[in-house]
Design a protein around this ligand. Structure first.
Ligand code: SAM
Length: 255
């Protein structure tokens, strides 16, 4: 898979991008399955409660380079203090603290990319053991291999929050890797077949905006249990002059 070298923080609309409906159809050809596992039944309710969900950043090491990522500096700078993954022992200790001191009952594990953390399956199993229900926030590249999905299920994963940054070349360009979208669609098919629930995250970068309705339809068609459309968050890395511009973020003045 070839890297796509894109300017940081800019919004890159791929040349000759097909209409969203066409890209959705192509995505569904990969992501749909004729043999889904039975799905967990949810009871509908209007009751709202605050969840006791903690979050853990394992380190800013990643296998992708999303042009808008608020951690891009740390990901590209191997000497940054937050770049390396923490040890498995330290990650377990943080989980214990979240469970025992803060009374959390669920955790979002992210990075960087949590699926490339050494010991990730052991960490997921540990969370489950201490009743801290684990979610991984992931680009899902690793889940294109079905055996990895099975291992996560055996370890006790609760669900995945998958970062869908667009359809077809839009996703590939946003994350800087050719073929990343196709792999993500394979991951969606695998998760349905293995029977692991998943949700979507989608950053509303300017070039993704025309595709948002199609991304919502994809979520419904493949059985995602929720979709979060995230407003672009200019974290401190984005404060450099010119990085956040009306080329990458929809602003009232530019829209
Ligand atoms: C930093 S990523 C790390 C986890 C994993 N590598 C992934 O791609 O999902 C966690 C979430 O933050 C979102 N994100 C990254 N940069 C963002 C930004 N500038 N504004 C809003 N959300 C952002 C991503 O879309 C992703 O869903």
């Amino acid at each position: 898979m070839a890297r796509i070298d894109v300017t940081r923080g800019d919004s890159h609309v791929p040349a000759n991008l097909a209409p969203p409906e066409q890209l959705l159809e192509a995505a569904l050809r990969i992501a749909r399955t004729a043999t889904p596992a039975p799905r967990r039944a949810y009871a509908e309710t209007r009751r709202r409660t605050l969840s006791r969900r903690g979050v853990m950043w394992l380190g800013q090491t990643c296998n992708l380079r999303c042009h808008f990522c608020y951690f891009l500096d740390r990901i590209e700078n191997a000497t940054h203090i937050e770049h390396p993954f923490m040890s498995l022992d330290k990650a377990k200790q943080i989980c214990r603290t979240l469970r025992e001191e803060y009374g959390n009952s669920a955790i979002d594990i992210q990075g960087g990319e949590p699926t490339i953390f050494p010991g990730i399956y052991e960490l997921v199993a540990y969370c489950r053991e201490i009743a801290l229900y684990p979610t991984l926030i992931t680009n899902a590249l690793a889940l294109a291999k079905k055996e990895n999905c099975v291992r996560y299920q055996q370890a006790g994963i609760r669900d995945f929050l998958i970062s869908v940054q667009g359809l077809g070349p839009q996703h590939d360009m946003a994350v800087g890797l050719e073929g990343a979208h196709d792999k993500q669609m394979m991951a969606l098919r695998n998760l349905q077949e293995v029977g692991i629930p998943f949700r979507f995250n989608c950053v509303m970068s300017k070039s993704a905006v025309p595709q948002l309705p199609a991304i919502a339809t994809l979520a419904i068609e493949v059985g995602a249990s929720a979709i979060n459309f995230l407003t672009f968050n200019p974290f401190e890395d984005q404060l450099a002059a010119g990085v956040r511009t009306d080329r990458n973020v929809r602003t009232p003045a530019a829209s």
